[in-house]
Design a binder for this molecule. Structure first.
Ligand SMILES: *Cc1c(COP(=O)(O)O)cnc(C)c1O
Length: 366
């Protein structure tokens, strides 16, 4: 088996050896030991967001998109209307999911390099009292832009609407305090800033809102009310759980606590990002976003305009040296992305800087 590459991606990403090692065991899914592990998982997820007294944790098998789909199906009822605040591909995906589910949905859109504006959200909600739910992507992984969550959450709560937050690429690093920021449902997954392995999404949902959602979902599997009732009844999963993924995520959550929680993790990611950005700027690369709206999660760089560097050879040369970068996801500009999350530190990004410089020399660009 060859050594793992360094994953400079938004997930799956580089994990700690201890997290991977936690998967080297078989678990009986209905055995008390695994029931206890599931209980620890649900309690730890709530604690990361300080949601113990108001929210319940509902994990669901699958990737991040599965939990977004399940949350929309469960929480947005057949007579409700959803407004999605869109400034990237993951916002558009929420619109597509709601349409497929047959839910009434509309979008308020901003360009990919601009944050969602709270004042415009307030205006839209005041102009249309039929909107019952609002959805936002916290960090739009399309670019790495950070939307102003506390301000938007306050506007939505002030207008008396329910608020769904896709915190997929922020949860675990950019603090989301459910005891002070009003969020009806927060959605995230195992394999981003929590630094677990892929295979699990979860929702932290206000208990009262989830209770009201019984029978809403048109899907048997994507029904978070039924999934929650299952956990509450006997501590077990309704259908086969990804036992090794759960074990790895519990280990990853213990490691998050040992690191000092989301604030400490964000400091590490910020150092990764700063190290990366300084090096890339020195090599002549520019960031797609303004620094002021950029989260230290994933950086989008413009491809140099002189045409001497193409993504594929650049990717291949870095991959041959052990670093996997990520393609761009933008319609309007040619870009590539470098993730700053995962079990990586400043040293890794210093090594990356040297490797990018070397690759540019071999591709005769610098
Ligand atoms: C990763 C991600 C998702 C889910 O993607 P999957 O590929 O289904 O795991 C959803 N929203 C955002 C903002 C993401 O970064």
């Amino acid at each position: 088996m060859s050594e793992s590459p360094v994953l400079l991606t938004p997930g799956p990403l580089t994990t700690a050896i201890e997290t991977r090692r936690a998967m080297l065991r078989d678990w009986g899914s209905r055995d008390p030991a695994f029931i206890a592990l599931t209980a620890e998982l649900r309690a730890r997820l709530l604690r990361v967001a300080r949601g113990e007294s108001s929210h319940v944790a509902v994990p669901l098998q699958g990737s991040g998109t599965f939990i977004v789909e399940a949350a929309i199906a469960t929480l947005v009822g057949p007579r409700d209307r959803l407004l999605v605040l869109v400034n990237g591909a993951y916002g558009e995906r929420m619109v597509a999911i709601a349409r497929r589910m047959g839910r009434a949905v509309e979008a308020l859109r901003w360009p990919e390099d601009r944050v969602v504006e709270p004042a415009m959200v307030a205006e839209a909600l005041r102009a249309d009292l039929g909107i019952t739910h609002v959805a936002l992507v916290h960090c739009e992984t399309t670019t790495g832009i950070l939307n102003p969550l506390p301000e938007i959450a306050a506007v939505v709560a002030g207008e008396g609407r329910a608020f769904l937050l896709d915190a997929m690429s922020s949860f675990g690093a950019i603090g989301t305090d459910l005891s002070s920021v009003p969020v009806t449902a927060l959605l995230a997954s195992s394999n981003k800033c929590l630094e677990g392995v892929p295979g699990l999404g979860f929702a932290l949902i206000e208990a009262a809102a989830l209770e009201r959602a019984a029978g809403n979902s048109p899907s048997l599997s994507f029904d978070l009310h039924a999934q929650w009732r299952g956990f509450e009844a006997d501590g077990q999963w309704r259908f086969t759980p990804p036992v090794q993924v759960v074990a790895a995520l519990v280990e990853a959550l213990r490691r998050l606590e040992a690191e000092g929680g989301p604030a400490a993790r964000l400091r590490r990611y910020q150092e990764n990002f700063d190290t990366l950005l300084a090096g890339m700027r020195r090599l002549g690369f520019t960031l797609f976003l303004d620094d002021a709206v950029q989260a230290p999660i994933i950086a989008t760089f413009r491809m140099p305009q002189d045409g001497r560097l193409a993504f594929r050879p650049f990717y291949d040369a870095l991959a041959a040296r052990g670093f996997l970068i990520y393609p761009g996801k933008l319609t309007q500009a040619e870009t590539f992305r470098i993730g700053c999350i995962g079990a990586l530190g400043r040293r890794d990004f210093e090594r990356l800087r040297g490797t990018v410089a070397e690759v540019l020399r071999t591709l005769e660009v610098a």
